[in-house]
Design a protein around this ligand. Structure first.
Ligand code: MG
Length: 301
């Protein structure tokens, strides 16, 4: 089936969508939107508009959009931790931070072995409370999305922070690690590599890593993007992977088979499941935030 919204590549995709669902434009006016996070208790969505150095909030009840934080140290990816707190990746802060229940900010990580992080990009919290994040160079490559600077670490890694605050490197094989998410059983960590922005020969892939306790095993390429790059993505309760791409949202089975696409007329950077039933995709697409109901529910992490 092909229509204005959907490209169906596998019949299984028909069971994951509503043919009559529409794409809503919730807001427009950004320069590069990223990092959506849905707060069920507050019934709102937060996201970053990175070059404009602000975090915005959409109210699910009345549709109003307002500024949540400005300036915001060029925040990028967000997630909600097990206690319902906002965890943020900061380009200009070169850190991962947490907004506490009383509104104060805690820096969770800004250096590794004495060297400043590059510019944390995306973050996920595992069910044991550990925090996993990617650290590519996009926030220090120029002054557009942060402060231009050389990398102190000289590498673009994936890190883990445990409950005590101790940090470790868990993956080193991505040129520019970007989005990340766990499988529903947390046995696999998926990481996208957008290194093609810096090396055209680098394939735009999502890698799958077996989770071995506090570390990761050898990765394998799960799938390669056919239009643009995979940036942020999420996994549904059945293990399907819903990813950003250059032409919209791509949906893959857990073996990497493409099931279908939701076509968007702007490059998509990130998405999150939200709404009371977690069956609504909120999609950051360059200048705008879109949403569409799907017949799938977001996994917990
Ligand atoms: Mg990203």
């Amino acid at each position: 089936m092909q229509n204005q919204i959907y490209d169906v590549h596998d019949p299984r995709f028909l069971g994951l969508i509503h043919k009559t669902a529409q794409i809503d434009t919730l807001w427009t006016g950004g320069r590069w939107t990223e990092g959506p996070a849905y707060f069920a208790a507050g019934r709102y969505l937060l996201w970053s508009d990175i070059p404009n150095d602000r975090v915005l909030r959409w109210d699910e009840c009345d549709g109003n959009v307002s500024t949540f934080e400005y300036p915001c140290r060029n925040q990028n990816g967000h997630t909600v931790d097990l206690q319902g707190r906002l965890v943020s990746c900061e380009h200009r802060g070169r850190s991962v931070s947490r907004r506490e229940h009383d509104g104060t900010m805690t820096v969770l990580a800004d250096t590794f072995e004495g060297a400043r992080l590059n510019s944390p990009n995306d973050v996920v919290v595992k069910s044991d409370g550990s925090i996993w994040f990617t650290d590519p160079t996009y926030g220090i490559d120029s002054d557009y999305e942060g402060d231009a600077s050389a990398s102190e670490i000289g590498a673009q890694n994936v890190y883990r922070i445990d409950q005590s605050g101790a940090m470790s490197v868990v993956a080193t094989d991505n040129l520019q690690p970007n989005g990340l998410a766990f499988s529903p059983d947390e046995q696999v960590l998926y990481v996208s590599d957008t290194g093609q922005t810096h090396a055209p020969q680098n394939d735009a892939v999502i890698r799958a890593y077996p989770v071995l306790g506090e570390t990761l095993g050898q990765s394998k390429v799960l799938t390669t993007c056919d239009v643009g790059l995979f940036d942020g993505f999420r996994v549904d309760t059945k293990g399907n992977i819903w990813s950003s791409a250059g032409d919209g949202v791509h949906c893959y089975a857990s073996d990497g088979t493409i099931l279908g696409k939701i076509k968007i007329d702007e490059c998509v950077s990130n998405l999150v499941f939200g709404g009371p039933k977690k069956n609504r995709l909120f999609i950051c697409a360059t200048t705008s935030v879109r949403s569409i109901y799907v017949n799938a529910k977001g996994a917990a992490r």
